[in-house]
Ligand binder design. Structure first.
Ligand SMILES: Nc1ncnc2c1ncn2[C@@H]1O[C@H](COP(=O)(O)OP(=O)(O)OP(=O)(O)O)[C@@H](O)[C@H]1O
Ligand SMILES: [Mg+2]
Length: 327
């Protein structure tokens, strides 16, 4: 982009200490987010975590209280118009209350982005195809169902071929078939080199769609990275272990229940399931102690945590930290 000074272009999105305050309330707290090009990044967190507030700043709809934001290397506070050309934003709630027909609605956005008449016609067809709404081309927007409106808004987001997609809860209101189509579209966009930043509460959906994930809780990005890295990082702090022993598991249950670093212990048939806070050598030492105490162990297994379990733990940890700070 001649004339526009740009920062690190390797990232589709980069935020440095981005903060969003509503009065005295801190909704987004010094967010440092790096999303490389070609990645599908899922920002996940419970209601009120600060996802939508972050998306609005990235989409240039709201200024951050402070901090720097770069879209494809462009500083959005200096060049918001230029940054907007590169991004497509799909808001979380997007009822379309216009008297326009579906194709007219898309034509409006295509014109706003400077496409000529011939290009607009073919691009509208392509985008309607991608979201499977071709048969609704001549219908009025107002008559579409909620899931169809979501798909139409996604089509609008695609129209100017942005290199960064900001999709806030794109799957909400969509049926399983539409969700599958959304997943395919998102993957296609990433394969073509775009970056996709999306948020969702449907955690299992994110796990198999995203290449990267950020865990947000109460305005703080608690962890971020490749999904497998986040899972193993979180699992290494406290891991889920399952021990299968021969015979009555209760004596072993009592033995483990008195040990340091063991939490959430339960029995299930012959198995004992618990979380263990410790490093590899401490786990090996624990196993040695159990065997030396005379228990007959069939198997010791580590169960990887799901993204869902990790998120619940993160949220309860930030609540505990908040309570401690308030005391
Ligand atoms: N305009 C506003 N004025 C005051 N507070 C706001 C405003 N918008 C959001 N908030 C507050 O900021 C916090 C973050 O809201 P935000 O909408 O960013 O969360 P979210 O992660 O998108 O949540 P959800 O999953 O429910 O969509 C919430 O506590 C919310 O009440
Ligand atoms: Mg939201």
């Amino acid at each position: 982009m001649p004339g526009i000074p740009s920062n690190n272009q390797e990232y589709a999105v980069q935020t440095i200490d981005m903060r969003v305050d509503y009065g005295k309330f801190v909704a987004v707290n010094e967010l440092c987010l790096n999303v490389p090009r070609g990645e599908i990044y899922g920002l996940i967190g419970p209601n009120g975590a600060g996802k939508t507030s972050s998306f609005k700043v990235l989409a240039t709809l709201m200024e951050p209280t402070y901090g720097d934001v770069f879209i494809g290397g462009i500083d959005i506070s200096l060049h918001p118009e230029e940054a907007r050309k590169h991004l497509g934003y799909m808001p979380d709630l997007a009822p379309i209350a216009t008297d326009l027909k579906v194709w007219e609605f898309l034509d409006l956005f295509a014109s706003a982005h400077g496409l000529n008449r011939t290009d607009r016609r073919s691009r509208i067809e392509e985008c309607l195809n991608k979201v499977s709404l071709n048969d609704k081309r001549e219908e009025f927007c107002k008559s579409l169902s909620r899931g169809m409106m979501q798909r139409l808004v996604l089509a609008k987001t695609l129209i100017h071929r942005p290199s960064l997609f900001l999709l806030d809860e794109p799957a909400s209101g969509m049926d399983p078939v539409s969700r599958q189509a959304l997943r395919n579209t998102v993957r296609e966009l990433a394969n073509e080199g775009a970056a996709v930043l999306l948020s969702s509460h449907i955690l299992s959906e994110l796990e198999d769609m995203c290449t990267m994930v950020g865990m947000m809780s109460k305005g703080i990005l608690v962890d971020s990275g490749k999904i497998s890295d986040v899972i193993s990082r979180r699992s290494s702090e406290e891991r889920n272990l399952v021990i299968s022993s021969l015979g009555n598991p209760m004596p072993l249950y009592e033995f483990l229940n008195n040990k340091n670093g063991i939490n959430q212990i339960i029995t299930s048939n012959e198995d004992i399931i618990f979380t263990f806070k410790g490093k590899d050598n401490e786990q090996a030492h624990l196993l040695k102690e159990i065997i030396e105490a005379g228990f007959l162990i069939k198997e010791l297994q580590e169960r990887k945590k799901s993204i869902e379990q990790i998120l619940l733990e993160i949220d309860s940890n930030t609540t505990i930290q908040e309570q401690e700070q308030n005391q």
